[in-house]
Design a protein around this ligand. Structure first.
Ligand SMILES: *[C@@H]1O[C@H](CO)[C@@H](O)[C@H](O)[C@H]1NC(C)=O
Ligand SMILES: *[C@@H]1O[C@H](CO)[C@@H](O)[C@H](O)[C@H]1NC(C)=O
Ligand SMILES: *[C@@H]1O[C@H](CO)[C@@H](O)[C@H](O)[C@H]1NC(C)=O
Length: 178
């Protein structure tokens, strides 16, 4: 019994040194703030649609589209022109979760495909009222260069076709990461 108790401090020391050695961020944790600016193209109409309704309840309210769920794989580009340099895709969904106005729950991965962020992803989960001038949505995490990310995205409608629902949205994302 006594010899087992003596072993305990050595075991604890061993375990803590193993934990320290296996942490890839040990000794080089330096948080930085990055700003990303791009345009998001939500095409819901035509043969090249990048977003489609997957759930549409029979009783969907015309004023709010409450209950409608749309899945998207929307291109992200450097400029407002859809043919400008692609920088990634917004993959996820938006669900109309407000009854009295147009208001979406947005759940999406911003998967970057250009420059140093190629292969890195930011995950956004928040509330988006598309008819408001500016919408703020939390960035809740990320991967690749965006590990441990947290921050916010500001969305402003750059162009909207009220008939078709197609939209081009300017995004400014401010994110803390390592
Ligand atoms: C769809 O994309 C193709 C290829 O880029 C293009 O030729 C066609 O005009 C597009 N159709 C519409 C309706 O935009
Ligand atoms: C992004 O990374 C992928 C996979 O490594 C590679 O195939 C692709 O060419 C890269 N794209 C750019 C624009 O660097
Ligand atoms: C808006 O959408 C409607 C319906 O798809 C289309 O007929 C019209 O040309 C579009 N307007 C513009 C400016 O793209």
């Amino acid at each position: 019994m006594a010899s087992r108790l003596l072993l305990l401090p050595f075991l604890l020391l061993l375990l803590s040194s193993i934990a320290a050695a296996s942490s890839p961020h040990k000794g080089k944790l330096k948080e930085k703030l990055s700003h990303l600016h791009f345009f998001f193209h939500d095409v819901v109409s035509g043969s090249n649609a990048t977003a489609m309704r997957v759930i549409q309840p029979a009783g969907a309210l015309a004023r709010s589209f409450f209950g409608i769920v749309t899945i998207m794989d929307d291109p992200l580009t450097e400029g407002p022109d859809p043919n400008s340099k692609p920088v990634g895709r917004a993959q996820g969904m938006y669900a109309a979760t407000a009854q009295d106005e147009l208001g979406f729950l947005m759940a999406m991965n911003l998967a970057f495909t250009a420059g140093k962020y190629n292969g890195s992803v930011l995950t956004v989960l928040g509330r988006n009222q598309p008819l408001h001038p500016v919408r703020e949505m939390p960035v809740v995490g990320g991967s690749g260069l965006f590990r441990f990310a947290r921050g916010y995205a500001l969305a402003r409608t750059h162009w909207l076709n009220l008939t078709s629902g197609d939209a081009i949205v300017e995004y400014n994302v401010h994110v803390m990461h390592y």
